[in-house]
Design a protein around this ligand. Sequence first.
Ligand code: PGA
Ligand code: ZN
Length: 410
Amino acid sequence: RITSVRGRIVYNSRGSRTVEVDVISDGKFLGRACAPSGASVGIHEVRNFPDGGPEASLAAITGSAGRFKGLNPGDSGAVHAAVREMDDTPDYSIAGGASAFAITIAAAYSAAAAAGVPLYRVLDPNVEPRFPYPLGNVLGGGAHAGPGSPDIQEILVCATGLRDIREAIEANLAVHKELGLVLRKKDRLFAGGKGDEGGWAPRACSAEALEMAAEACENLGYALGKEVSLGVDFAASTQWDREKGAYSYSRDGFENSPGEQIDYAAGIIEKYKLIYAEDAVHEEEFDGMAELTRRFPGVLVAGDDLTVTSAAMLRKAVKKGSCNAAILKVNQAGSLYDAMKFAAEATAGGIRLVTSHRSGETTDAHVTHIGIATGSVMLKVGAVGGERVAKANELIRLSEQGLIHGMAGI
Ligand code: PGA
Ligand code: ZN
């Protein structure tokens, strides 16, 4: 039974304030979770912090701590109900999704500590665990890097042709390293700067960035689409100019009409044999996403800002055929309970899950367990940076226990 809940203000990977929560059960089983935050936030995400910021979230947690006492920390429904007593607004505008996130995950961790099992077992006791393929950010632009960087937000790598978790992690790291060398060769003034998620942030346009990422893979002897594949998070909502009715690539120096944007994304998917394409059109363009999903059945055409870890948005996407994969970010939904409902809806609708970090991350590794518990095919957790390798290192630790049987089937 939960005996105490306590919050505090700590800092995320961008050096911004966030909330962390300790849930203790039976006076000794500590569960701790710290909330991340995004930079390219979908319009339908819950509010991460209320007006008043992290301090207001902390005040809500402190004021409601008593509601959680006596609950079974592993009963996610009961913990969620108490969170909903703390904040019953649809977008968590009183306490912030960050509080819902930190309390519900800390409670699950406390239950795992009490039972002496890994967190993923508490989240789904019946799961047949497999390793999701790490999807690593090797080059960052858009909202995650400075104005000289590409408009495309993320170029990603995923070693879907490898069958061992350590090899899959090391392939991503090797591409990241090699890409650093390629960038230095192309621009002797490249100072080694990185974006928020640890991908290199060069002074280059999107087309050059894609070429250099492909070159890095080829230099290592990887045939694109075989051992290692590229992916792109277009984060197209950040280019979408509603007034103009066009996508504005201000760094790259061109503009796309809605139709041209679909052809632009399709051209990149084909040319670089992408395995993964996220938010290739803006977040309200369910029909444009559907066209890409129809054209590329072999590619994970994923929604992030489109589906915002919301079961209702996902139902709409499934009905329209707008994606065949979806990002799961607990703090888009608020509580872990909401996110697990989304995961169940995705699985029932034949949508493959990709559990993801945020650009403003913490050193926690719970996303690794959430990815395993939800049967996610990929784990989008970056490549380098302490807060990113924390997730990969947790995969390595879990591999030692011999309880996880092979890689996810993509
Ligand atoms: P965010 O971006 O965490 O900054 O929202 C990540 C993404 O768009 O996938
Ligand atoms: Zn995204």
